[in-house]
Ligand binder design. Structure first.
Ligand code: PLP
Length: 395
């Protein structure tokens, strides 16, 4: 049977390759880190979400091992049947304490948290307003729900307000935004979003996956100091707060209680492996005294890299408030070629081209980590300068 269909897949794959959008995977040998091994060679890694360098932290490996011994390999159940243990409950309580909310619900990823949110809490006739650059998991989550959807221009509060004005009478309205947008590293205007949500009596949801553990004086993210005004926060343990995985929804207790009854990605999918829940619990409960200080190094590294690259005349996107640092090249092919040359010179970065970013906005996205050393950053800058000159990107 498959013989007839096989050709269709082969043709589609060929088309992806011809358009230059084929993603070839590089396989890391050993652990994630600022220095990685690929095909036996060593590379400096500047494209992980490993903002606080915790992905291969010895301390966390030991904490995870201890939890593995205490709680076993896995739950072999969804949460509401028999998949919830004390470590999961303790983690949910800690999430609420950390962010200043009244309850929380774990998922195996933030993608699942978002996929299980909108359909559960919004009904036909309700409305959801979503930033045009929101993460794919919000896009998909919104697609699953029956509410009317409105896409507002990126961080454009006027466009959002115009759309809010046009909604008429609705039972429920929800504004949904990333806290930090992944392609530019720009932060949402969370205060203004809160203002509009209050003025038009809507709910507000922020996905802080790139911001939790990264932004705010105490690492609470783009919502730091605002959680009494934000109704729903989703985020991940797969970036700054560990790197292994796991996600959560936190916020108003009535919403969380309702999600526990209705959210399909919670009801029909296994709870987090307890060793990961235990490590996440350790990170949150020790964040202020142990991990928040890593943010200082992250900020310094980001500033140092940006300053040096700017003085070389590279065109950088973003506003410098986040370790996501886009090196704007605009041209699709130039971007792919330059990323490849950097790789051949030992710097592992990724080029982002259409349709991941808009046409004509191709870029190489750099992400700094607190665990990058000055020598590693200097090395990257030196190679960027060399290849940038060779390719005519800078003089
Ligand atoms: C990375 C990311 C996610 C997905 O997180 P996972 O836990 O890996 O599923 C969701 N939303 C945003 C905004 C992200 O940046």
């Amino acid at each position: 049977m498959f013989k007839n269909i096989k050709k269709q897949f082969q043709d589609e794959i060929l088309k992806i390759k011809e358009s230059g959008m084929y993603k070839d995977e590089k396989i890391i040998e050993g652990m994630q880190g600022t220095e990685i091994k690929v095909e036996g060679k060593t590379f400096l890694n500047f494209c992980a979400n490993n903002y606080l360098g915790l992905a291969s932290s010895r301390e966390l490996i030991n904490v995870a091992k201890k939890n593995l011994d205490n709680y076993g390999f896995g739950m072999a159940s969804v949460r509401f049947i028999c998949g919830n243990s004390t470590v999961h409950k303790d983690l949910e309580n800690e999430i609420s304490k950390f962010f200043g909310t009244s309850d929380a619900l774990l998922y195996t990823s933030c993608f699942d948290a978002n996929a299980g949110l909108f359909e559960a809490i919004l009904k036909e006739g309700d409305a959801v307003l979503s930033d045009e650059l929101n993460h794919a998991s919000i896009v998909d989550g919104v697609r699953l729900c029956k509410a009317d959807r409105f896409i507002y221009k990126h961080s454009d509060m006027q466009d959002l307000e115009d759309k809010l004005k046009s909604l008429g009478q609705r039972n429920k309205i929800l504004i949904a935004s990333d806290g930090v947008f992944s392609m530019d590293g720009d932060t949402a205007k969370v205060v203004l979003l809160c203002d509009l949500a209050e003025k038009y009596r809507t709910m507000l949801m922020i996905d802080d996956s790139h911001a939790s553990g990264v932004l705010g004086q105490s690492g609470r993210g783009s919502v730091e100091g605002l959680m009494d005004r934000v109704d729903i926060l989703t985020s991940t343990f797969g970036k700054a707060l560990g790197g292994a995985g796991g996600g959560f929804t936190t916020g108003r207790k009535e919403i969380i209680e309702y999600l526990k009854q209705k959210s399909r990605t919670s009801l029909f999918s296994n709870n987090l492996p307890p060793m990961i829940a235990g490590a996440a619990l350790y990170i949150l409960s020790n964040f202020d005294k142990e991990f928040n200080s890593l943010r200082q190094k992250l900020i310094e590294n980001t500033k140092y890299f940006r300053d040096q690259m700017q003085s070389l005349d590279f065109n950088l996107g973003g506003d410098g408030s986040h370790p996501i640092t886009p090196v704007m090249l605009f041209d699709e092919k130039l971007t792919t070629d330059m990323a490849q040359k950097l790789f051949l010179n030992g710097i592992y970065v990724r080029g982002f081209t259409y349709p991941v970013v808009p046409k004509g906005k191709a870029r190489i996205r750099i992400q700094l980590s607190s665990s990058h050393t000055k020598e590693q950053i200097d090395k990257a800058i030196e190679i960027f300068a060399k290849i940038g000159k060779e390719m005519g990107v800078i003089k």
